[in-house]
Design a binder for this molecule. Sequence first.
Ligand SMILES: Cc1cc2nc3c(=O)[nH]c(=O)nc-3n(C[C@H](O)[C@H](O)[C@H](O)COP(=O)(O)O)c2cc1C
Length: 192
Amino acid sequence: MKIVGIVCSPRKGGNTEILMKEALQAAQEAGAETQLISLADKDITPCDACGACEETGLCTINDDMQDIYSELEEADGVILGTPVYFINVSAQAKAVIDRTYAFLMSRKLRGKIAAALVVTRRIGAGQVLGLLYSFFTVHRMIIAGGAVGYGRGKGEVVDGPGSSPALTALEEARALGKSVVRMINKIKPVAL
Ligand SMILES: Cc1cc2nc3c(=O)[nH]c(=O)nc-3n(C[C@H](O)[C@H](O)[C@H](O)COP(=O)(O)O)c2cc1C
């Protein structure tokens, strides 16, 4: 069983990455093989609406998204992690979301388990969770749940704004990782 976690923050070692590591660690402990992909060092251009994938199911843009397509195709579960940027996903997350249009055509995400991880300083988590759940639903993915962390500066998601320990954010992330494994275990025998 493989779970891919995509960190859609441009900030290396930031809050989204911290919580993704926690979620994937819990998934590993529950028996999954995991892979973290950070978009901080990836070059992913937006969808150019060329329409080629509508004919072939393949995206013709030759950039780092091609590796992510391969990882997504192999994965049983996907955790999409994004910081909240102006009550929305990050631009990095939106580029990946739009580029999965090719997989909508080829139905390659259909039936995979999906989970959302959202980090915000203060506002917008609910809206962004809703956006991600809708995205998963369009692909006919199966939603395992979502987790939210609060913080602004790097690492603040762990200590919490005002420095009270935000243990619930870490616990939520761990529960999310385990939930993806549980759902894959439930669905897999049916798919086979
Ligand atoms: C461009 C930009 C827009 C942001 N918009 C919001 C926002 O709408 N609401 C909010 O509460 N925090 C907002 N933030 C704060 C981030 O969500 C917060 O710093 C988060 O921890 C960043 O995650 P990261 O460490 O994984 O990059 C914004 C930050 C940036 C850089």
